[in-house]
Design a protein around this ligand. Structure first.
Ligand code: PLZ
Length: 455
């Protein structure tokens, strides 16, 4: 244990710590998980899918322990949520203290300081040194919806511009903003109106090489012609797309878009729900090119696994909304806020942004080597601890979702939790907790390499 603590100082787990090793004692899933899965099928709606039907008993650091006693390496972080590791001691301690004190009053009824402290931290940590304010919600989709509400009130305009491959959530408005039909939108319409889609910068899939500035101009020209700049309330974009395939836009794309927004009175909204809180090697992905969004939506990594989301932005935009216009029963729940303060403390004190950079270097180097040996890997991309490989028919850019599924399933069998994503379902993505040890990271990559080679 002491060796692991040296290589990953943030793993300051107590005596109850989950042993940081991969160990399979049954087939995957084991008999207890299979029995639970039968109960799930009987009691839980089929619409709620399962990536890997291994039922969890506990988790911490880079490991998930299932009910059969198997220890799996976590390369998913519950979809980029437990950046600080599962049950991070700082999160757990603050949550325990808060739960014992009070669990809910509704911030709109009788407020409490945890909510205010989270908003102060968001003002300090998000890009830009202008005056900022925040409002807290429960889920990423809810934060995105509220960013649109704020932008509409502040501009007096209706139109919302989003991008190809975008993912913004599963509520009615955010379904309209999400690009992919199956499974997110299929059959669930009619969708909210005044949502317009512009072409993304997706370097691997450009017909011919194009700079980030050119890709932004291509999008801007479509917005100006098909929507009209003075109709647009906001442009909403993930600085690195998540569910859509870990698409990293070409350098210059985001700054050019942001500048156009500024010139045209359009609110530039960065959806950093998946990229935020040190995931990409800086506190926010926008920091990489010095882009300062007018509004930023956050969730996932903000609270180490408890449901919390936020919209943070220019004070004058945030304050454009009439008193009482923003809120909800649970938004900024005191327990979730306590968790967020613990998670933020862990990210800063344990230097998890630097840790994410290191993880990115290790993963990218290894995956580039793998891609050189295996032509079905068409692209390796990502930043920090948000890295993916895109699987194609060798020698083409034709998506091969079956191959992505095959590799992911092989990783699962060997005790590494991996996720797929992408408009074409052919992207295998890696999102380890930022506290994972170098040993586990390397072991996880060994398993992936063997799975890729196993065809
Ligand atoms: N914006 C950029 O990544 C959530 C979705 C998983 P919620 N991504 C995981 C699934 O299949 O439902 C996400 C995101 C970005 C918004 C959201 C929505 O966040 O907390 O899931 O509502």
């Amino acid at each position: 244990m002491s060796d692991l603590r040296e290589s990953a100082p943030s793993l300051s787990l107590g005596d109850e710590a989950v042993p940081q090793r991969r160990q399979l004692v049954t087939e995957i899933p084991g008999p207890r998980s299979r029995a639970l899965h039968e109960r799930k099928k009987a009691a839980v709606a089929d619409g709620v899918g399962t990536t890997l039907p291994v039922y969890v008993e506990r988790a911490g650091g880079g490991v998930i322990v299932d009910v059969d006693g198997n220890s799996l390496i976590d390369f998913g972080s519950g979809i980029a949520v437990v950046n600080v590791g599962n049950a991070n001691p700082r999160v757990a301690a603050r949550v325990q203290a808060q739960v014992a004190q009070f669990t809910h009053t509704c911030f709109m009824v009788t407020p409490y300081d945890g909510y205010v402290e989270v908003c102060e931290a968001l003002a300090r940590l998000t890009p830009g040194d202008h005056a900022k304010k925040s409002a807290l919600f429960n889920s990423g989709a809810e934060a995105v919806e509220n960013a649109v509400k704020i932008a509409r009130v502040a501009t007096g305009r209706d139109a919302v511009v989003v991008f190809d491959h975008a993912y913004h959530g599963r509520t009615n408005l955010t379904m309209a903003m999400t690009a992919k039909s199956m499974p997110y939108k299929h059959g669930f319409g009619p969708f909210a109106g005044e949502v317009y889609r512009a072409p993304m910068s997706y370097p691997f899939r450009e017909a011919a090489p194009i700079t980030g500035e050119q890709a932004a101009q291509r999008a801007i020209s479509i917005i100006e012609k098909q929507v009209g700049a003075d109709e647009v309330a906001c442009v909403v974009i993930e600085p690195i797309q998540g569910e859509g395939g870990f698409v990293v836009p070409a350098k210059g794309f985001l700054p050019t878009l942001a500048a156009w927004c500024r010139e045209n009175g359009v609110v530039f909204v960065a959806d950093e729900i998946q990229t935020g809180f040190a995931r990409t090697g800086s506190m926010f992905a926008c920091d990489d090119e010095g882009v300062v969004p007018d509004l930023i939506t956050t969730a996932k990594g903000i609270a180490g696994g408890l449901p919390l989301a936020a919209v943070t932005g220019r004070a004058e935009l945030m304050d454009a909304v009439h008193v009482g216009g923003l809120g909800g029963t649970y938004g900024g729940n005191p327990v979730a806020c306590a968790a967020a303060l613990g998670a933020i403390e862990a990210i800063e004190s344990d230097h998890l942004a630097e840790r994410a950079q290191h993880i990115g270097e290790v993963m990218l180097e290894r995956l580039h080597t793998l891609a050189a040996e295996h032509p079905q890997i068409g692209d390796v991309r990502g930043r920090g601890a948000m890295v993916a490989i895109e699987l194609v028919t060798p020698g083409t850019t034709d998506p091969d979702p079956a191959e992505a599924g095959r590799i992911s399933a092989a990783c699962h069998q060997q005790g590494v939790v991996t996720l797929t994503c992408g408009t074409f379902g052919n992207v295998l993505r890696f999102l380890p907790p930022l506290v994972i040890s170098d040993e586990l990271l390397t072991e996880g990559l060994d398993v992936i390499a063997a799975a890729v080679a196993g065809r």
